[in-house]
Design a protein around this ligand. Structure first.
Ligand SMILES: NC(=O)c1ccc[n+]([C@@H]2O[C@H](COP(=O)([O-])OP(=O)(O)OC[C@H]3O[C@@H](n4cnc5c(N)ncnc54)[C@H](O)[C@@H]3O)[C@@H](O)[C@H]2O)c1
Length: 238
């Protein structure tokens, strides 16, 4: 049975990926910094490892441990991520660093830590965002991080094609997850952004998960280095 590790799999898009991969017959493990991931993993029937993607040592130990227990890692989905918003001239350095550390560096560290355990024919899918291609005021760190994720995806795809390991990204628009609900509750996001989404709605987790599972699987066997925007048309109209 193929198995995949999903960072940030305790919630939102990552959890949706875990559920869908299970339905498609994959074995999965959730890697998340939130200890609540343990109960979530038990409910879904998968293993849980607690690790923070900003700590490369923790990641190396976590991936080595998962490979020992479950065998070679056929799939990696990097869904761990956060956002911090605010006017760029006042954005605290700590907020800038936290977003870059988790969304950008964490994605790279997880790819690096998984690499020794990934066999020929395996695949990685990174979570980018439409904000890698479009500007929304107050999102400078997030835009920088997600643009960087697109860059990481391209370079690793070219370097790791020799094995081959395919490396792609999915860039969702605003998706109904705890991340977005928290921003709406805090007043840092206004649903007026949906006026610029031609399909005029939030993405649902299920809308995004299909693209991720497709890129992870054998039906995408010659696709690598790409970022697939799942955005109801936003990147062309936004
Ligand atoms: N929801 C959206 O609208 C949207 C849009 C575009 C891109 N994305 C991206 O998709 C990914 C998933 O987003 P989501 O909406 O599901 O978020 P979410 O907040 O619902 O879930 C994120 C998960 O990441 C985990 N996490 C956070 N920091 C971590 C760390 N340092 N180490 C390990 N795990 C950590 C959290 O515990 C949580 O389980 C993120 O990279 C996000 O930037 C989301």
């Amino acid at each position: 049975m193929k198995h995949a590790v999903v960072t940030g799999g305790a919630k939102g898009i990552g959890l949706g990926v875990v559920r869908e991969l299970r339905r498609e017959g994959w074995q999965c493990e959730i890697l998340d910094a939130d200890p609540a991931g343990q109960a979530v993993a038990e409910e879904v029937g998968v293993a849980f490892v607690r690790a923070d993607v900003t700590h490369p040592d923790e990641l190396r130990a976590a991936f080595a441990g998962l490979a020992d227990r479950f065998g070679p890692i056929d799939g990696l989905v990097n869904s761990a991520g956060i956002n911090r918003t605010g006017p760029s001239d006042q954005l605290p350095e700590a907020d800038w660093r936290r977003v870059i550390d988790i969304d950008l560096s964490g994605t790279f560290y997880a790819c690096q830590a998984a690499y020794p355990h990934m066999p020929p024919g395996s695949a990685i899918v990174n979570l980018a965002s439409v904000l890698a291609t479009r500007a929304l005021p107050g999102r400078v760190a997030y835009s920088a991080a997600k643009s960087g994720v697109v860059g990481i995806t391209r370079v690793l795809a070219v370097e790791w094609a020799a094995r081959p390991i395919r490396v792609n990204a999915v860039g969702p628009s605003w998706t109904d997850t705890p991340l977005i609900r928290d921003q709406l509750a805090a007043g840092t996001l206004d649903l007026e952004v949906l006026d610029r989404v031609p399909m005029r709605r939030l993405a649902q987790v299920e809308d995004v998960v299909g693209a991720i599972v497709f890129l992870l699987g054998d039906k995408a066997s010659f696709i690598t280095g790409q970022t697939l925007y799942v955005d109801g048309g936003y990147t062309w109209a936004g």
